[in-house]
Write a protein that binds this ligand. Structure first.
Ligand code: AMP
Length: 414
């Protein structure tokens, strides 16, 4: 099957075309054929598309909305000059998989999209006002362009964490608030944590119920996940992606009293404070320079900028606290796995966040840590480290394509 995987953001549309079927999944022979990104939808959009093994196609064109963006991408995908093997027109795309950020308590697994599913995703907008509306735009656009005959599947960021027990997902607030409004921790990046767990068990050659690890998805958004016997039992993001680790521009954990205090002192509304905590906090807020780890590292290396270092130290310090906390919660782990932009590339972050944890059996091999960057996969712990430390480049699109294939074929989901 040729699956079109779509990830629609507020002003962007990312896609991949992945060929897979049940046998290819079993043998891990799924094939990514092409990928693309359209940024700045709504104005002069930036295009970068690529067929695997061929040079990138780049362009800048005005694109009005997500529907226009999808049409533009499909014109390229089906252009004979693009020459994607097996794809000549849109009917060669057998199904579409959509990333949907928030499934609330309604969706604990991937599901075929129909009118009822769309309505439930719309009902969950309350819980994810920044994320679900753009995801829905991708679904509406695909439905308009492909019609009802091409199956569409929703894969939720929250679904992997639906196995968290009450003791992990409840906040210490009146239980009635959970009952009435579903206020609880949902967790995000679930598709990524799930992929890392899957990849770890393939690398180790063990069954799913033997996966006892901590996964660290460290990108612009960052979260940690405690995976016990193959299931998420705790994660650092909460009802929204603002909670947990400190991030590029998000504060992470915070005393809720601070929100009212800032609003009072700055004479701002609650929404303005939340905006500040989402967009102007985290490493950007602390450094006063940038949210970007590459730039923070060079500010520290080249100019010894104190606050750039402070931002890095706070980011890594928080990771360390979550690692220690989850190890206690799980009664020990077999491995810690780093992933996403920072986790895959920043040896400094990996070193600082696990430094001093030798007493827990965690020991990094400095040479390997420096070598495994730029999309490489491998072990960075020392031979005598009791706990293995892995770098596993994430691949959310693969999970999206596989779930889409399974749902369409009515095959069991893992
Ligand atoms: P993501 O959200 O997964 O795309 O990750 C983005 C983050 O990864 C940004 O903070 C980048 O600065 C960081 N990143 C990407 N490449 C590197 C690198 N070579 N060294 C340090 N950080 C990096």
């Amino acid at each position: 099957m040729n699956i079109l995987v779509l990830n629609a953001g507020s002003s962007s549309l990312k896609f991949q075309i992945i060929r897979t079927d049940l046998e290819m999944i079993e043998k891990a022979q799924d094939e990514m054929l092409a990928k693309g990104l359209i940024e700045r939808i709504g104005s002069q959009a930036l295009i970068s598309f690529q067929v695997v093994g061929k040079p990138q196609f780049k362009n800048a064109v005005p694109i009005r909305d997500h529907r226009d963006a999808l049409n533009y991408a499909l014109a390229w995908i089906t252009n004979p000059e693009t020459d994607i093997p097996g794809i000549k027109n849109t009917t060669d795309i057998n199904a579409i998989g959509h990333r949907v950020v928030h499934g609330g308590e309604d969706f604990t697994t991937s599901i075929r999209i129909d009118q009822t599913v769309i309505k439930s995703i719309e009902d969950n907008i309350d819980l994810a006002p920044l994320h679900n509306p753009p995801n829905l735009k991708g679904i509406y656009a695909a439905r308009d362009i492909f019609g009802a005959n091409t199956p569409q599947v929703a894969v939720f960021d929250t679904a992997f964490h639906s196995t968290m027990p009450e003791v992990s997902f409840l906040y210490g607030i009146p239980y009635q608030l959970y009952r009435r409004f579903k206020i609880r921790k949902y967790g995000f990046h679930g598709t990524s944590h799930r992929y890392i767990g899957y990849r770890y068990r393939i690398l180790e050659g063990i069954p799913r119920d033997k996966v006892n690890i901590i996964t660290l998805h460290l990108g612009n958004g960052a979260s940690a996940c405690a995976i016990k016997a193959g299931h998420s039992i705790d994660t650092s993001m909460g009802m929204s992606p603002l909670d947990g680790l400190m991030m590029g521009t998000r504060s992470g954990d915070l005393d809720p009293q601070v929100v009212e205090f800032i609003a009072h002192k700055e004479n701002s509304t609650l929404s303005e404070v939340i905006q500040l905590l989402n967009k102007r906090s985290g490493m950007l807020g602390i450094s006063g320079l940038t949210h970007d780890m590459r730039d923070l590292e060079s500010e520290w290396n080249e100019y010894k900028d104190r606050r750039a270092k402070l931002a890095i130290d706070m980011f890594c310090g928080k990771i360390k606290k979550y690692v220690g906390g989850y190890m206690a919660e799980m009664g020990g782990v077999d491995a810690i796995c780093f992933s996403a932009g920072i986790g895959e590339n920043s040896s400094l972050t990996r070193k600082l966040s696990l430094e001093g944890l030798e007493f827990l059996g965690i020991k990094i091999d400095d040479k390997k840590n420096k070598e495994i960057i730029g999309g490489k996969e491998g072990v960075i712990s020392a031979k005598d480290s009791k706990i293995k430390v892995y770098v596993i480049p994430t691949n959310e699109e693969l999970i999206l394509a596989r779930d889409t294939c399974r749902v369409v074929l009515n095959a069991p989901l893992p």
